[in-house]
Design a protein around this ligand. Sequence first.
Ligand code: PGA
Length: 257
Amino acid sequence: MSRTFRVGTSWKMNKTIAETEAYLRELVAVALPPEVEVFVVPPFTALDAARRMIAGAPIRLGAQNMHWAEAGAHTGEISAPMLVECGVEIVELGHSERRADQGETDETVNAKVRAALAHGLRPLVCVGDRAEELAAGASTETVLRQVKMAFAGCDPATLAGAMVAYEPVWAIGEAGRVAEPEHVAAVHAGLRAGLASVGLADLPLLYGGSVDADNAAGLAAITDVDGVFVGRAAWTAAGLREVMTAAVAGWRGRIAA
Ligand code: PGA
């Protein structure tokens, strides 16, 4: 079992540079639980400011997307070397909003994972079942296929910092409802077992989708949940801290048992 619990937040298309500075000024001023890996994923325009604000603090920096190419005629895109130069360590790939809105596919996610690894970035691959797949009882096989496709052709020995976030499409955002603990437990256990057969048993499995301070402890208490990936509830520094406090309590209870 992983001895580190992960708590991350993507701000999606939110926060100016000034708002980023205010959030992180508040966050760096408090002591964070030592066994938690904390990461924030601001929009591109705030990455440099975020890097300066968290310098020396135990907070890691992520980006929300990148292109698979090193450079070139890809208007509006950002490359791995650009992220590395901004102090980015983690790159979120394949979020369902990007799969739905920007036509992200398992193939493009795989190309991005390979490029991220080639540049020393840690991919955080987001996978999720749609409501139709949930209704058909096909959640686990759907996300297992997405994870296998994302890491296809990658040497497991190169994946030390990589992560997966299980984020049911029906659980994300204003219209979402957090998944039942039994469902999360079943999908994470299925992912773990299925990934073991392709040498990927060690990939940390985070849960995301309507995580908040009320449900984080219960989610963190589930075997095979190695972290939580949070949207709305962590868009204030106080909100992130509340989720973190709850999650750590649930996780500590689990590993002490
Ligand atoms: P949410 O977003 O917590 O606002 O549902 C989660 C995500 O998209 O990662």
